[in-house]
Design a protein around this ligand. Sequence first.
Ligand code: BGC
Length: 748
Amino acid sequence: MTDDAAIRDRIDALLAAMTPEEKAGQLTQYFFFSLPPEAQDDAAIGLDVAAQPRAVEAALARGGAGSLLFVTDPAEINRLQRLTVEGNRHGIPALFGFDVIHGLRTILPVPIAMAASWDPATIEAGQAVAAAEARAVGIHWAFAPMVDIARDPRWGRIVEGAGEDPYLGAAVAAAQVRGFQGDRIGTPGRIVAGPKHFAGYGYGLGGRDYDEVSLADADLWNVVLPPFAAAIEAGAGNVMTAYMGLNGIPATGNRWLLTDVLRDALGFEGFTVSDANAARNLVAHGFAPDLREAAVRALTAGLDMEMAIADPAFDRLPAALADGAVPQEALDVAVRRVLEVKLRLGLLDDPYVDEARAAAVLADPAHREVAREAARRSAVLLRNEGDLLPLDPAALRSVAVLGPLADSKRDTLGPWVFDFDLDETVTVAAGLRARLGDDVRVDVAPGIPVGQRVFPSMFDMFGGNAPSDPEGFDPEAELERAVRLAADADVAVVVLGEWQNMIGEAASRSSLELPGRQLELLQAVVATGTPTVLLVMNGRPLDLRWAAEHVPAILDVWYPGSQGGAAVADLLVGDAAPGGRLPFTWPRTVGQVPMVYSHLTSHEPENQGRRYWDDASTPLFPFGHGLGYARFAYGEVELDAAEIDLDGVVEASVRVRNTSDRDGEEVVQLYLHQRSGTAARPVRELKGFRRVAIPAGQERRVAFRVGPAERRYWNAAARSWVRDPAVFDVAIGGDSTAGFGGAFTVRG
Ligand code: BGC
């Protein structure tokens, strides 16, 4: 349904006929778990697994639940939908949501990797595949993209976002929303996008997941909100609230945040959902005295739908309405928003999914190709001394593929996936074997055992993890065998990083070191003298100080997804070239975090790199860094005006020449620095980028518009957006250390 007036009439009619209980039901979303038997008695989820689904089914059948999450089987979705439609008096179907974070069956590289492609088209194509697969099984809505800016890599959820920068983050957020939704809610084969977590969740104290957030006004508006604004601008139909308190007020009961900021300032018109149990948890926060008050405060703050496992706080809304604690209008507005999305999706006319079609969509080979291309485009070549990469397959006789992540299917996929197919997952070892064929000997060995978390992950119950102590694994003998294989090989490819359950939600760390004995393995392999390539499988920067000095080639492959190993093989032998760039500043050590490129100038700026007495206060690799197999030379920055007025636009351009004999891609980045103003401004800020293909020996002119939008910022003293008359320096180059090459003046 797309006709606004018809939608309004239909909603008016439904609202007039619904009881308060039915209205509260529309605002309630339940988890519906179909967990593997071994997880059924998992105390971690605090759930009576046998009783909960029955209670949810009863709620659906009486109109007491408007939405479910965590069901992915089309037949099961149809069964539950039938219960819902036939059970409630108005025949209002349920909305099925799920964490479609980086693919459903076809697993794409993790979101931080997709961001590292610096390529909105790749990102949009990836989420369009995810949407097609999700919609085919009956899912209507993704709890994605996560657009939280992350500046502290101790926080595990850095892997789910686009990194540290609001400009890149906004571009990535918008591309994901377009991929999920298409150009409107209800586009066939697409699903509703739900940017999350509103807002500030990436700023938890100490990088600890769920911990409180104190966020300066300037950071909220200039850094945290722009990706949300971009997602909303792109049409996102939903926004999820955050778990934690923002400046002392829990986000899910924060009226200023959910109404003044989200609705009035950002113009969001869709529906909001709480994070899991976050409405109930207003009590745990010591904010609401009881669940009834939690429901009242959440709803009146601007929360439309509560996500709950059991006993939702919103069950108390009818009683609160009856005694006047909740205005009728507040309840109706929320129900209106939920019904609207159901109507726009066409669910009231066609609530069921075509079960017969699902399998074919999930098996679509075109989806695997999108995943493979995305993995190729997201890898970041951090170092390549002596052009060790690409390898020449014709000159190779043997390769040793080593490390515990080299042949681990589950880890190759990364965190936050549930419906993957391990049979079709290609590891680095398998990808190299397939690419190199029978003429090259490929030896594979883990070298060391699987690393373990000190405190287990709640996600482990979803299966697929390698056993921690595989039978007969002799650590010393395995290490020795791996080193021997390295010594006997022409090249050693060592795959190290974090196991997938060490990153993601509830996966914060107090260190950034390679877990387990991985560094020891790497050092022993390098000591053999065999040329060594380090592949890093990660979602956060890790402490690579030793590797950055001693390992000639380092390629960050992230968690590259279903086709990851095939893509990595393409890159290693030069069938494709790495062109990704870091979406975050890579620190040397955990003691430096948080560290961002766009910091302010302060006292003694000349000593910026010497703020610690024991180590440089510069990054190991800067934001925007990434090498390729081609070489590029930048010409002078050209500006089409030296002076403009406050509303003016400057075109900044540069000629980029591929000086090598290989075709290649360069991510051309524009940084702006405002020399003075009504607030002190960052040393530089990304304000434009473009990933361009430039054939060998050729030149391209790349131009950017620097207009009022690129120059405005939130001034914390004025508490408003400002644009200052000032001199602006412009740098255009291949990473965030590019020198300033021009300046223009904005007149007052
Ligand atoms: C996470 C959300 C997620 C939800 C549903 C929560 O724990 O914070 O990002 O969408 O669970 O799985």
